[in-house]
Design a protein around this ligand. Sequence first.
Ligand SMILES: *Cc1c(COP(=O)(O)O)cnc(C)c1O
Length: 361
Amino acid sequence: MKYGRTYNFSAGPAMMPEPVLEEIRDEMMNYRGSGMCVMEMSHRSKVYDEIIKAAEADLRTLMGIPDNYKVLFIQGGATLQFSMIPMNLTKNGVACYIETGAWSKKALTEAKKFTDVRVIASSKDKNYSYIPDCSDLDIPEEADYVYICENETIHGTTYFKLPDTKGKILVSDQSSMFCSRPCNVSDYGVIIAGVQKNVGPAGIAVVIIREDLIRDDLDDKLPVYMNYKTHADSGSLYNTPNCWAIYCCGKVFRYLLDLGGLPAIDKINREKAAILYDFLDQSRLFKGAVVKEDRSLMNVPFVTPTKEQDADVVAASKAAGFDNLKGHKSVGGLRASIYNAMPKEGVEALVDFLKEYEETH
Ligand SMILES: *Cc1c(COP(=O)(O)O)cnc(C)c1O
């Protein structure tokens, strides 16, 4: 790695692509002749308007977002979306949630403050190590939407097939898989994603929402910032947005397009994940924590036979120059987050390290 950088396996904030960081560095003191850094610019200036418009246009191209969907950049991360979703989508007062781990649990706990939450499927019985069967869910007629966390960052599961929502609106938290593989946006009513896992620095969530779900009857009912209409009507410029994060995300969208788009990064991500899973599948010491069919390509939790040994591997990995391999406290063990920006060489180096550890222990 250049610049003495480390292979950082953090679940988020996470690695950014090196060419993107270099470009940002080069534009730091004087953005394209504007005489200032993006951090110093008015969000109402012509030069910034071009930055935010390009970021949105490039994301639209990258994901193939249809014209009847709005793209919003909203502060407060994915966590604020856990509240904004029920605040904006509740009509009948019933919402269906599929509970597959800590993040869907947080989302449904928040939603209970605003609507009647029905947990229509759960994988809690096996410590969230799989995705439940979602082919014939019991969805009440009055349900306003069906909510999933499409990639559970902590437990390492992902949906390779979306639930059959029986015509109801699908809402998906894509935070830890956003722009990591092709996505058919028309399958969703709303996609939310905190950006600091796969596409940028912390500080915004991207919300992709079908236009007809943005309502005119909430202006007097919701705090102005919490109303999707506020952001949709103002092009995400109602108040001062996180200009810096939007600029950095825009760079990553451009970088992914130049790479060949989502099919290209998907191919790389599959190769990367296969290197690690193939090793885990044949290892006598390390074991993956998730059933094979539902394994995330982004977050890979694994364990040794004992807690003590888990801790020993984490310490040894740190000494060997890897960072942030400790599993989340609720799951334990180890976790390697291998988002878009983790180079293949990083995963290969990790597997070499784990192999050697296994041989010498
Ligand atoms: C990280 C994460 C969140 C929380 O994101 P914040 O931006 O910190 O609010 C929500 N959902 C998932 C799936 C995540 O990985």
